[in-house]
Design a protein. Structure first.
Lengths: 120, 110
């Protein structure tokens, strides 16, 4: 079954760290760029980061640059988002998504997301 | 404040047509492919249109996309109650080196 399944969300205190994961199955993972996109409660989609098919190239939204790190393990068909120095503004559902083209946003498969809540 | 500008809401009666605009700039829409996503309440976004005007298999031809200069448009004909959802445009911004989305448009079927 072709799918993306996120995990690792939860409640975390401001200033702390959290790592979320996205497990891919049913397709050739190492031929796709992978994105993280988040959605704050009641708000729209916000692009967070992208990693190339081989993991050698990465880009980040200004709002997370220097705090978040995207990585992937093609042997495990998994992409990660390490989130440090979290603030309340980072609260939301984090979706991973795949795209077949580098530096184009057309994402044809999305996961259901994992909820991250930053609160004391 | 989103880089891409969409109207907050549009509405029409069943069977009618709606269009959703997405306005950007030469660093995003004009020089990159635009995609459109449908998000039903409580679900993940679903790709409706990619490469400005292409539909993935399984997406009805009631949905169409177009692009001209720094703007893109999503059209929905034969509106159905099941089309009530939030719709987002998205593209790459070459100046920001980042993905960008519009703020979303809520479609209401009257």
């Amino acid at each position: 079954q072709v799918q993306l399944v996120e995990s690792g969300g939860g409640v975390v205190q401001p200033g702390r760290s959290l790592r979320v994961s996205c497990a891919a199955s049913g397709f050739t993972f190492n031929t796709y760029a992978m994105h993280w996109v988040r959605q704050a409660p009641g708000k729209g989609l916000e692009w967070v980061a992208v990693i190339s098919f081989d993991g050698n190239n990465k880009y980040y939204a200004d709002s997370v640059k220097g705090r978040f790190t995207i990585s992937r393990d093609n042997s495990e068909n998994t992409v990660y988002l390490q989130m440090n120095s979290l603030t309340a503004e980072d609260t939301g559902v984090y979706h991973c998504a795949r795209s077949s083209r580098w530096l184009q946003l057309g994402a044809d498969l999305w996961g259901r997301g994992t909820l991250v809540t930053v609160s004391s | 404040q989103s880089v891409l500008t969409q109207p907050p809401s549009v509405s029409a009666a069943p069977g009618q047509k709606v269009t959703i605009s997405c306005s950007g700039s030469n660093s995003n829409i004009e020089n990159n492919y635009v995609s459109w996503y449908q998000q039903l309440p409580g679900t993940a976004p679903k790709l409706l249109i990619y490469d400005n005007n292409k539909r993935p298999s399984g997406v009805p031809d009631r949905f169409s996309g177009s692009k001209s200069g720094t703007s893109a448009t999503l059209g929905i004909t034969g509106l159905q109650t099941g089309d009530e959802a939030d719709y987002y445009c998205g593209t790459w911004d070459s100046s920001l080196s980042a993905g960008v989305f519009g703020g979303g448009t809520k479609v209401t079927v009257l």
